[in-house]
Design a protein around this ligand. Structure first.
Ligand code: NAD
Ligand code: MG
Length: 383
C-alpha cells in the first residue's frame, strides 16, 4: 500500500491519477490532495476519496472548502506555504507533482528533503533547477519516477539495463497542431487553434507548449537531468501518430522503444506502481490500426522555441530558468490574446539575452532569475 499526495489533483494529470487510484484501491491510499483555484472539483474529490488532508492554494477559497468538508474527518489548509508542509507529513510515501510551472519547484524540494519518493509530472522543476534537484535527490536517497510519457518510455526501456550505459536517447514529438506550417502561417494562428492538440488532452499551458514545440524543448532538458545525459546524447524526432513514446540506443547499437496508445494513465500508473506493472483495462494498441508509423526531422527554424531550449541547455547555469520563466509569461500572454504565436519566441530570446547569467546558481539565484525574467518578459509584452 503506497500512501500518495497529489499536488494539483484538479488538473489533467491529477484527475487521471485519481482514475488510477480509484481503479487500484488495494495498491494506493490517497493521503493529500491540493489545488490552486478549482474549489468545487477539489471538494468533490475530497468527498469521494476521503484523503486526510486537503489544501487549496488560493486563500480566499479556504472558507468554501472548509465549510463543505467540515463534517468530514479531514484537515483543510490554504496557501502556498501549506503546500510545502503537507508534502513533509509522515503519512505520505510518494508525492505526485502534477501542478503546472515554476510553482512546483519549492514543494518538490521540500518533499525530497523529507525523503519522499517523487512521481514527477511537473517538468518545469527539472528545467529550472535540474542540478539542484538531482543532487538533493541523490543526497536523500530519493527516486524520481517520470510521469511524462516520453520519459516514462525511456525509464521502461531502461528497466533491467541500469548497468548498461546509454549511447543516446530519441525523444518522439507529435509535432503538435501546426506541424508542417511555415512561419508566415504561424504568425496568424489563434489561441483556439493552438489549444487543439491532435493526440493528447492536456492543461492549457502544456498544450500551447506542444503547439510551439517548447514542450519538447523542456522535455529535452528534463531528460538530461532524469537520466544523467550529456547534451549531445539527446535527439528529437517528430512522430505524428504518438505511438512510439520514445527510444533508447545502447552502446551495442541496439534500440529499445516503448509503444502504446496515447493515454497518460499508463505512465502515471507506471510511476505510482513501480516496480509493479498493474493490470489495467486501458484500450490496447493494434499495429493493424496503424499501418504507417512515420518520422520526420523537427523544423527548428520555424519552431524557434525548441532551438532556444537546446541553446539554454548548452549555456546551462540559470539559462533554462530564464527560458522557463519567460515562456510561462509569454504563454499566459498568448492565452490572454496579448501577444501573437511567434512573439512568444521573441520574448524568450530577449530574456535569454538580457537576464544576468549565473554559471552555478543557488536556490536563491533561481528565485532571483525567475523574478527578473518574469519582470522583463512582462515589460516586453506591455511595449
Ligand atoms: P493543468 O493546468 O490541467 O493542472 C494544473 C494543476 O496544478 C491544477 O490542479 C491546479 O490547481 C494546480 N496549480 C496550478 N498552479 C498552481 C499554483 N500556483 N499553486 C498550486 N497549485 C497550482 O496542468 P496539467 O496538464 O495537468 O499539467 C501538470 C504538469 O504535468 C505540468 O508541469 C505539465 O507539463 C505536466 N505534464 C502534463 C501532461 C498532460 O497530459 N496533461 C503530460 C506530461 C506532463
Ligand atoms: Mg511529454
Amino acid at each position: 500500500m503506497k500512501r500518495i499526495a497529489i499536488l494539483g489533483s484538479t488538473g489533467s494529470i491529477g484527475v487521471q491519477a485519481l482514475d488510477v487510484i480509484r481503479a487500484n484501491p488495494e495498491n494506493f491510499e490517497l493521503e493529500v490532495i491540493t489545488a490552486h483555484s478549482n474549489a468545487d472539483l477539489l471538494i468533490e474529490q475530497a468527498l469521494e476519496f476521503k484523503p486526510n488532508v486537503v489544501v487549496i492554494a488560493r486563500e480566499d477559497l479556504y472558507e468554501q472548502v472548509q465549510q463543505a468538508l467540515q463534517h468530514e474527518d479531514m484537515k483543510v489548509y490554504a496557501g502556498s506555504k501549506a503546500l510545502c508542509s503537507v508534502v513533509e507529513m509522515g503519512t505520505v510515501d510518494m508525492v505526485l507533482t502534477a501542478m503546472v510551472g515554476y510553482a512546483g519547484l519549492l514543494p518538490t524540494i521540500r518533499a525530497i528533503e523529507a525523503g519522499k519518493q517523487i512521481a514527477l509530472a511537473n517538468k518545469e522543476t527539472l528545467v529550472v533547477a535540474g542540478q539542484l534537484i538531482t543532487d538533493l535527490a541523490r543526497e536523500k536517497g530519493v527516486n524520481i519516477y517520470p510521469v511524462d510519457s516520453e520519459h516514462s518510455a525511456i525509464f521502461q526501456c531502461l528497466a533491467g539495463e541500469f548497468h548498461n550505459p546509454i549511447e543516446k536517447i530519441i525523444l518522439t514529438a507529435s509535432g503538435g497542431p501546426f506541424r508542417g506550417r511555415t512561419a508566415a502561417d504561424l504568425a496568424g494562428v489563434t489561441k483556439a487553434q493552438a489549444l487543439k492538440h491532435p493526440n493528447w488532452d492536456m492543461g492549457a499551458k502544456i498544450t500551447i507548449d506542444s503547439a510551439s514545440l517548447m514542450n519538447k524543448g523542456l522535455e529535452v532538458i528534463e531528460a538530461k537531468w532524469l537520466f544523467g545525459l550529456r547534451n549531445e546524447q539527446i535527439e528529437v524526432v517528430v512522430h505524428p501518430q504518438s505511438i512510439i513514446h520514445s527510444l533508447v540506443q545502447f552502446e551495442d547499437g541496439s534500440i529499445k522503444a516503448q509503444l502504446g496508445l496515447p493515454d497518460m494513465k499508463l505512465p502515471i500508473q507506471y510511476a505510482l506502481g513501480y516496480p509493479q506493472r498493474l493490470k489495467s483495462d486501458f484500450p490496447r494498441f493494434s499495429f493493424l490500426d496503424y499501418p504507417q508509423l512515420t518520422f520526420e526531422q523537427p523544423d527548428l527554424k520555424t519552431f524557434r522555441n525548441l532551438q532556444l531550449a537546446f541553446e539554454a541547455m548548452e549555456r546551462g547555469g540559470n539559462m533554462p530558468c530564464t527560458l522557463n520563466a519567460a515562456n510561462e509569461v509569454a504563454v499566459n500572454a498568448f492565452l490572454r490574446d496579448e501577444v501573437g504565436f511567434l512573439q512568444m519566441s521573441d520574448i524568450i530570446e530577449s530574456c535569454m539575452a538580457k537576464v544576468a547569467y549565473i554559471a552555478n546558481p543557488s536556490y536563491e539565484d533561481y528565485v532571483t532569475t525567475d523574478e527578473e525574467a518574469r519582470k522583463l518578459a512582462a515589460e516586453l509584452i506591455n511595449k
